[in-house]
Design a protein around this ligand. Structure first.
Ligand SMILES: Cc1cc2nc3c(=O)[nH]c(=O)nc-3n(C[C@H](O)[C@H](O)[C@H](O)COP(=O)(O)OP(=O)(O)OC[C@H]3O[C@@H](n4cnc5c(N)ncnc54)[C@H](O)[C@@H]3O)c2cc1C
Length: 548
């Protein structure tokens, strides 16, 4: 295969043991060995590869392409059994930057992207907690979101245009156009239009009643306000409908000032009501992490302080004064809430903070208003690094993201959270919780010993129970991390047979030979995307070693 591909491929092909081992993993619980890793040099490489794979699919039925950027996907979306196509090595460049529009290749890392945008006082506000590692194509592939999503929305809200290589090996520029122009469009556009129009009622009813959702194909916003925009469907499709070679994002100005209020809760019972009260004040972000995450941060503080001097280390410990004081008064906080307000001037921010603090004064919580961005940074670092700390430092057990991204509307939290705790309590697992409390989106990461028998059974049972609960509250099984291998088997539970058959139609329209990332979003009988496949492809070793 490699020799045949190298006849037309200008980039690098690697089937060394080292490459195959590295690309067997992303940040999920799986290990799946590819046959070949390819690093495309440009979009011609992608077009030619798609053409070759499509032409040879009959000869080699297992051929497929899994697009990959930084490989931080937690759902198993960035791994596959055939060809892995990594964009980060060469296709990582800035194409144009004009006003608030920026066009980049998919392999550009977010941290490099951010340097470019911040230099002009602009930001892509859907950045993730993995922003120090992930890349722009992965944000497109997963429809990513983050701490600012409460106010600003997800990646889908910032994609103005893209170039995508479709299964017919044609690179198309995908951008919105007036619905009246649909008649003059290519077949693929008309088929999507007809599918959505014919099933309008069912599709509308199936939309989860939550602030954000990455489950299934996003058929809801393709036709909106008399505009047809295929990017709304391609974003979050995990490279199963086509491969992006360029993405144009819209940026927003960086807020001049911000102020972070930290709320320490000893008792989780009032969380739902508390979140409701805080949301009335319209904060820019409302995030949370639990006591176990906080302990990890204190324990592994060195990691936070890499390359920092003595004074900064002293300052770091000093900054934990509120937590230490709280411990002296009667125990460690069970949950830490971060509430951020942003705006133009300091006076206005102080007023907003005071108003919110006044509003929650009857709750049994401790409140700490951070002094400056530096101090706020400590809390943000802990929040953003929570999953990574776990992955790197817990020995014997490993992080098991499988119920890692559930979401229900915040008003349901008072009833939902106690029921969730009851279910988790049945399994006596150690787990951390962090997440986007303002959206009702919680990342639950259990720690498990994968060498013990019965792990896959626990994963299956807990997924069923937790997702049943989430669906009773009209939530979604994934708000941002997407379906991948871990949630594809549960899409039918979430949406029912009719909607999943519409998803299958979507896949058939775009990728009739199933060459793009098979088993993600649409299960393959007896293969990826089934519960059996989950059980037989768990990575027994810890994956953080491989540097994802
Ligand atoms: C510590 C940690 C924290 C995280 N926090 C968040 C968070 O706050 N919010 C959040 O949303 N996610 C989070 N994630 C998940 C993940 O980091 C994001 O989804 C991220 O945007 C993925 O980017 P990536 O470059 O690593 O993509 P990859 O993992 O390489 O790929 C992600 C998906 O996109 C597809 N894809 C990649 N390139 C292309 C392309 N060119 N065309 C089409 N499809 C493509 C892949 O096939 C895959 O399905 C976190 C993960 C970790 C490990």
């Amino acid at each position: 295969m490699k020799e045949e591909i190298l006849k037309f491929f200008k980039g690098v092909a690697d089937d060394s043991e080292e490459a195959l081992a590295k690309y067997s993993k992303d940040a999920s619980i799986f290990e799946i060995r590819p046959k070949l890793v390819l690093y495309p040099l440009d979009s011609d490489d992608v077009v030619n590869l798609v053409e070759w794979v499509s032409a040879n699919k009959e000869k080699y039925p297992d051929l497929s392409i899994t697009a990959r950027c930084a490989g931080t996907d937690m759902s198993g979306g960035a791994i596959g059994e055939s060809i892995v196509l990594d964009f980060t090595r060469y296709m990582n460049k800035l194409i144009t930057f004009d006003g608030d529009r920026i066009t980049v290749e998919p392999g550009m890392l977010y941290r490099d992207f951010e340097k470019i945008t911040l230099a002009k006082g602009l930001i892509l506000p859907c950045y993730t907690a993995s922003k120090s590692m992930n890349a722009m194509g992965g944000m497109f592939g997963n429809n990513s979101a983050g701490e600012k999503t409460l106010k600003y929305g997800k990646a889908e809200d910032y994609i103005l245009e893209s170039k995508v290589v479709f299964a017919d090996a044609v690179e198309r520029t995908v951008k919105p156009f007036p619905l009246s122009e649909i008649v003059g469009q290519e077949e693929i556009y008309k088929k999507v239009y007809n599918l959505i129009k014919e099933n309008e009622g069912e599709i509308k009813n199936a939309k989860p009643n939550v602030h954000k959702n990455s489950a299934g194909y996003y058929v809801w916003n393709v036709i909106k306000n008399n505009i047809f925009d295929l990017n709304k469907l391609l974003v979050g499709s995990q490279g199963t409908l086509g491969i992006a070679t360029e993405i144009t994002f819209k940026l927003v100005p960086v807020a001049q000032s911000s102020k972070l209020v930290v709320i320490f809760m000893r008792d989780l019972e009032p969380l739902g009501r508390l979140v409701g009260e805080i949301l009335v004040e319209k904060p820019e972000a409302l995030e949370a992490y639990d006591d176990k995450t906080l302990w990890l941060a204190i324990k592994f503080f060195r990691e936070f302080l890499k390359n920092k001097g003595f004074l900064e280390i002293v300052k770091f410990f000093w900054s934990f004064l509120p937590e230490f004081k709280m411990m002296l008064r009667g125990g460690f906080p069970k949950l830490v809430l971060l509430v951020e307000f942003a705006g133009e001037n300091e006076q206005n921010l102080n007023y907003k903070c005071e108003k919110m603090i006044e509003k929650i004064k009857n709750f049994q919580v401790e409140v700490h208003v951070t002094k400056d961005r530096n101090e706020a940074g400590k809390y943000w670092d802990i929040r953003r690094e929570s999953f990574n700390l776990l992955r790197k430092h817990i020995h014997g057990k490993r992080t098991a993201p499988f119920i890692d991204d559930i979401i229900v509307r915040p008003e349901f939290l008072p009833k939902f959270l106690p029921e969730l705790n009851r279910i988790l309590g049945e399994y006596k697992l150690i787990y951390t919780i962090a997440g986007h409390a303002g959206d009702g989106n919680f990342h639950i990461i259990p720690l498990m010993d994968f060498s013990r028998p019965g792990v896959s059974q626990v994963i299956n049972e807990l997924s069923e129970k937790v997702y049943d609960l989430v669906l009773r509250y009209q939530g979604s099984i994934t708000a941002e991390h997407n379906d991948g291998l871990i949630r594809t088997p549960y899409l039918e539970k979430m949406y029912g047979a009719r909607i999943t058959s519409i998803f299958k139609e979507v896949k058939k329209i775009f990728d009739p030979k199933n060459i793009f990332n098979p088993g993600k979003k649409i299960p393959v009988a007896g293969g990826p995307g089934t519960k059996e496949y989950i059980a037989s492809h768990l990575a027994l070793e810890h994956h953080a070693k491989h540097g994802v």
